[in-house]
Design a protein. Structure first.
Length: 221
């Protein structure tokens, strides 16, 4: 919901920038070969992430890039109904960006991603599990790890913030699929049977992915 709100706020500005710069900006598409990016709205998601990116031009229309981020806090609700921000982890997201035309800022971007988050938990943990069924439960501290991987197809616009500026705003939206898996770090025979509420998504399974947001890009050289 926060990402959608940010997108709605940024959309009028992006439309104005697109109308003001109808021709290609040569710094990004012709002169510059590398760029870095920053995604500020990743700081406001469920997994609070410092997310930065790097891109390298392969040709006029193709850029090879990757985003990487450190998750310094991650919200999670345990069986006691209490939310905790003690989770930390990382995300990597390599991609290939293809611009539709030489004089167009619209692009398509297939990307794969891998995210791992480890939560410091204090709860009832199932022990000596066989086929997911524990022999008994024990109240203890443990590390609960979530692993998410998947694929997205993203579409967006990279719009210059000035006639000769190296700065760009990137408005994007996509669809994809992600696979979620959870485990207890260091205890392969233990299971955590978390009570799933109406607002608490399951931790394991295959789910749709909807990346949406705004990035800021700076062309280096």
């Amino acid at each position: 919901m926060k990402n959608i709100l940010f997108l709605l706020l940024a959309f009028p500005f992006c439309v104005y920038a697109q109308k003001k710069h109808q021709t290609v900006n040569e710094r990004l598409f012709n002169e510059n070969k590398t760029a870095i990016s920053f995604n500020p709205f990743a700081l406001a998601a469920v997994d609070y992430t410092l997310l930065v990116g790097y891109e390298r031009k392969l040709s006029v229309k193709f850029f090879l890039g990757s985003e990487a981020g450190y998750i310094f806090a991650s919200s999670y609700i345990g069986n006691d109904g209490q939310s905790s921000n003690k989770g930390t982890g990382f995300i990597i997201r390599p991609s290939l960006r293809w611009f539709a035309a030489d004089n167009n800022k619209f692009y398509l971007q297939p990307q794969v991603f891998y995210k791992q988050v480890t939560h410091q938990m204090h709860d009832w943990l199932g022990k000596d599990a066989v086929n997911g069924v524990p022999s008994y439960e024990q109240l203890q501290d443990f590390k609960y790890r979530r692993i998410i991987s998947g694929f997205n197809l993203v579409a967006g616009f990279a719009l210059p913030l000035g006639q000769h500026s190296r700065n760009y705003i990137d408005l994007y939206f996509g669809l994809g699929i992600r696979n979620k898996k959870s485990l207890i770090a260091g205890e392969p025979t233990s299971v955590y049977n978390r009570a799933i509420g109406i607002f608490d998504p399951e931790d394991d399974g295959v789910f749709p992915s909807v990346p949406i947001g705004v990035r800021f890009i700076y062309a280096i050289d």
